[in-house]
Design a protein around this ligand. Structure first.
Ligand code: MN
Length: 714
């Protein structure tokens, strides 16, 4: 068991003394918090966090990840709250520990493959900071290494979860060393006999081949040495579980799989990778169709290497991989290798930004060669999904768009459950139907025998499925019923704002109705009841009018104030992507509620003057949320262009949601980037920064991108 002294020494290889001190402090804190607690192995509990931190130090992870590793079981096991960790350390450490604790609470085991994949996505969705995953994987790795101390039932549960969820996640983010070890450890626990037999067979098989293999290895080494290429030639063993999986999935015999010997050659530069390939092909006969150039076209997880198959001595088939040391580290440690290489010049950038750059770097590798769509799909939705994943009480996973509420969930399960929904429990506690759900929660819908469908739900249902079902149901209401419903709802919404409908002066009310564009109060109430208008918005229109009415001429429309914090009932148009500071206009649609467009947006040109559909809105105080804006950048195709672009943008505290590139003519590229910005000022600052880059030809904001695409589609 590693001591804190030994670990500190290792850390001082790549961290400042001040940072090492923080990790030490975290260790002392963990010692105290876990004092008197023991592992099933009999060791003091703190040996576990220190082992986890030690695993992370081999990836040269930053001090906050290491501190989080020390503290990762403190919230769960000792009841010390997150706030104390934030106070004693910092917000990042507290968030990381909290993130890992949330994953610990998740009880995940699945019954089929599709579910396992959703569970993996759920875990990723819950860990917005990729370091949470890296810490969790190190935690799981140490637990798997020490699994023998638990009882059989627990062993099996943890091993299955590892095989189904955590090993594939490690694979997905390219941490292949961790991935292989997790799979082999889990395989050993679940099928001990198969594991034992296969291991013995591999050993025996390799023993028999040893001399031939050594010869091939020596011959290759000599050839490369003669050619002046510094190279490391090593045998590469497939991990046991991958052999087992191949035998099972592809129905191949053990001999068929084992008869192929794999070697890895590590050289100094990419150029030498290609030269090495040439020499190998001149030495042994290449097998047709086996050559793959993953250096020019990397795999979607960033993997780079040259692959080939040759027939070696005595007709012995050999698989060869050729890569540089950096490519090899990337292949083995994936996202974590990023810290390995970038830790030298980290002065001002947070690991989170660096992780994004890692992703941006991958994007760049990819987009030079083929459509980036598939790649963005795999990186963006896989590592930072927009969807949320929640459980039914039966453990089934429901996938919904981010921001969905319990009502959306109810309709997603079944329309009837939606209509009969009375209340809900989130993680076994009663909760309002309007609260946005988070990944990993278990949601239970309590139903009533008679339908409960209410126009009030339109105040917070966000998925089209729920909104359409609700409106469809409401459209069948009798006029009198709808009016009653609408009255109740409007009273409620106005009540929240301290106004009573019956207190409003008759003449004022008349003006309000004109202002909103409805002919009578009854009609307004009906429309609310039928779900054609949304109670909360009407209430805001009324109060907005009343507030401003004494200094407003009759017929003049009072703008509705928006801040971005209204929640889900105010939507921002995807066609023109308005951001605070833009001139905007509100368009009311029954399906989506209020949609805010830029005033210049062509999509609402035809309805702009219709007061029933459109009304003025103004930006209120900033709410701190971010808005999507799209920009177009044209630049000369120079190495590192996209990386520079990405780093200029991220240096402005901006997320890049997606990047598309097209070659417009030789040597010229057009990039379309989706950015998350706070307002116009923020955006113009970013645009200014981009213009200072050398190879940039033009930079502009896009106002109607979606429409261009939409027209192309229909
Ligand atoms: Mn742990």
């Amino acid at each position: 068991m590693e001591s804190i002294g030994a670990l500190s020494k290792k850390l001082s290889d790549y961290l400042d003394p001040k940072k090492v001190k923080q990790v030490n402090k975290a260790y002392n804190f963990a010692c105290e918090a876990h004092s008197g607690q023991f592992r099933s192995s009999g060791d003091p509990y703190v040996t576990h966090p220190i082992a986890v931190a030690s695993i992370l130090s081999s990836f040269r992870m930053d001090e906050d990840s290491l501190s989080a590793a020390m503290l990762h079981d403190v919230i769960e096991d000792t009841g010390i709250p997150k706030s104390v960790i934030e106070e004693k350390f910092n917000k990042e450490v507290a968030e990381l520990v909290d993130g890992v604790s949330k994953l610990d609470k998740l009880s995940i085991s699945s019954r089929n493959e599709a579910e396992a994949e959703n569970l993996q996505k759920m875990v990723l969705a819950m860990s917005k900071d990729i370091r949470v995953i890296v810490v969790k994987l190190a935690d799981r790795l140490h637990n798997m290494r020490t699994l023998l101390y638990l009882n059989r039932e627990k062993q099996l549960k943890i091993a299955r979860e590892t095989l189904e969820i955590y090993a594939p996640i490690a694979h997905r983010i390219g941490m292949n060393n961790v991935y292989r070890e997790l799979e082999d450890l889990a395989f050993k626990v679940i099928y001990p006999t198969r594991h034992e037999r296969l291991t013995a067979a591999v050993k025996k098989n390799r023993g028999g081949q040893k001399r031939t293999l050594n010869k091939i290895q020596k011959e290759l080494s000599k050839k490369l040495l003669d050619q002046g290429i510094p190279a490391l030639v090593e045998g590469r063993e497939k991990h046991i579980y991958s052999i087992y999986r191949k035998m099972k999935q592809r129905q191949r015999s053990f001999e068929e799989i084992m008869d192929v010997y794999a070697i890895k050659i590590i050289v100094d530069t990419p150029e030498n990778c290609y030269r090495t390939l040439g020499h190998i092909h001149s030495l042994y006969k290449p097998v047709e169709g086996r050559f793959k150039d993953y250096i020019a076209i990397p795999k979607s997880n960033g993997y780079q290497s040259l692959h080939t198959g040759v027939v070696g001595l005595k007709g012995f088939p050999v698989e060869v991989q050729i890569k540089t040391q950096e490519m090899n580290d990337m292949a083995e440690n994936g996202i974590a290798s990023h810290w390995l290489y970038k830790s030298g010049n980290q002065s001002d950038t947070s690991p989170q930004i660096r992780a994004r750059r890692w992703v941006a770097g991958l994007l760049e590798m990819r987009d030079k060669y083929e459509s980036t769509e598939e790649f963005i799909e795999s990186v963006k939705t896989d590592i930072f999904p927009d969807e949320i994943y929640v459980f039914t009480p039966q453990g089934k996973i429901i996938e919904m768009s981010g921001g969905s509420t319990a009502i959306d969930f109810a309709y997603a399960v079944h329309t009837d459950i939606g209509h009969h929904c009375r209340a809900c429990r989130i993680n076994r506690r009663l909760a309002p139907l309007s609260v946005p759900l988070e990944s990993g929660q278990t949601v239970e819908i309590l139903t009533e025998k008679v339908p409960q469908t209410s126009p009030a739900w339109l105040n917070f249902a966000v998925t089209p499925r729920a909104r359409n079902s609700i409106r469809h149901y409401l459209s069948n209401l009798k006029t009198s019923e709808a009016r009653k419903f609408g009255k109740k709802l409007l009273d409620q919404s106005l009540g929240n704002m301290g106004i009573k409908l019956r207190d409003i002066d008759k003449i004022e009310l008349r003006k309000v109705l004109n202002n909103i564009g409805v002919r009578s109060l009854n009609r307004l109430l009906e429309e609310i009841g039928l779900g054609l208008r949304v109670g909360n918005i009407v209430a805001q229109q009324i109060t907005g009018f009343l507030k401003g009415s004494h200094n407003v001429k009759e017929r003049e429309v009072v703008p509705l104030e928006i801040t971005g914090s209204e929640g889900l009932i105010v939507n921002y148009a995807v066609c023109c992507k308005p951001i605070p500071g833009d001139s905007v206009i509100g368009h009311f649609t029954a399906e989506r509620g209020l949609v805010v467009h830029q005033e210049r947006c062509k999509n609402i040109l035809s309805v702009r003057e219709d007061p029933q559909q459109c009304f003025p809105v103004n930006w209120g105080e900033p709410s701190g949320r971010s808005f999507n804006a799209q920009i177009k950048v044209v630049g000369k195709d120079e190495p590192g262009l996209l990386a520079n672009l990405a780093s200029v943008i991220t240096s402005q505290e901006t997320n890049i949601a997606s990047i598309q590139t097209t070659e417009i003519n030789t040597g010229m590229h057009e990039f379309v980037l989706d950015l998350e910005v706070s307002d116009r000022l923020h955006l113009s600052k970013i645009l200014r920064k981009i213009r200072t880059l050398n190879s940039i030809v033009s930079v502009s904001r896009i106002h109607d991108w979606e429409m261009r695409q939409a027209t192309a589609l229909h």
